[in-house]
Design a protein around this ligand. Structure first.
Ligand SMILES: [Zn+2]
Length: 125
C-alpha cells in the first residue's frame, strides 16, 4: 500500500518505508530523542553529525507561520486585543512546541531520504 508523504511527515514516520516510527513515545525529559534507525527498514535517521541543524530553520518557519496565523485569527476574526491575541498565541505555540520540533525533523529527513516501499520486505541492508 502506498503511503502519502502527507501522512508520513505529520505522523513522524520513517521517510523510506513510511511505516516505522522516527521517534519513541514522547518523554518530556528527552523530547528530541530519536530512534537511531528504522525498526522496519533499518534506514539510519542521523545521516551525518549535526544533520538536524537545518531542521531548526524549519521549526522556526513553522512557529512563525503558526503564530501569525493564530494572530490573524484572533485579531481579525475574534476581534481580540493585540496583547491578548499575542499572549494566547505564544502559549498555544509553547504547548505544541515539542511537536513542532519533531515535525521539523520529520520534514528535514524527508528532504534527504527517498520513499522506497520495497524496503519493507527487504531488510537485508
Ligand atoms: Zn523505515
Amino acid at each position: 500500500m502506498k503511503k502519502s508523504i502527507l501522512y508520513s511527515i505529520p505522523m513522524l514516520k520513517c521517510p523510506r518505508c513510511r511505516t516505522g516510527d522516527l521517534f519513541p513515545k514522547l518523554v518530556i525529559s528527552k523530547p528530541l530523542d530519536m530512534h537511531e534507525s528504522c525498526k522496519i527498514c533499518h534506514q539510519k535517521f542521523v545521516l551525518e553529525t549535526g544533520f538536524y541543524w537545518g531542521a531548526m530553520f524549519i521549526s522556526y518557519s513553522i512557529s512563525a507561520f503558526t503564530l501569525f496565523g493564530m494572530l490573524a485569527l484572533f485579531l481579525l476574526v475574534l476581534k481580540w486585543s493585540f496583547n491578548a491575541a499575542f499572549i494566547i498565541g505564544v502559549i498555544i505555540l509553547f504547548i505544541f512546541y515539542l511537536y513542532i520540533v519533531r515535525i521539523s525533523r520529520s520534514v528535514w529527513i524527508h528532504f534527504f531520504v527517498k520513499y522506497d516501499p520495497l524496503m519493507i520486505n527487504n531488510q537485508s541492508r
